[in-house]
Design a binder for this molecule. Sequence first.
Ligand SMILES: [Zn+2]
Length: 86
Amino acid sequence: MSTTLLHQSFGIRDYRQTRIEFTGGVTRFHVEPSEKKVCCPMCGSRNVIRRGFKRREFQASPIGLRQTVVAAALPRVQCHDCGTTR
Ligand SMILES: [Zn+2]
């Protein structure tokens, strides 16, 4: 599980894996961020409220011959300090 890739792509370090799916030669990792680590992507404030999730899928390096997809639940947050919604 490439948490480095997730970190580089989304700036969120601590994802936990919720489940793994095997369908038609594709391995799909479902991940979501650890609750405590949600903070504002712009100013880093933790004074944020959750606005639900947005689902993103992206290709990861194949494991053996199997195609690998990471399905990440990205939190949408609104920041009280700088006003960012993301
Ligand atoms: Zn902010």
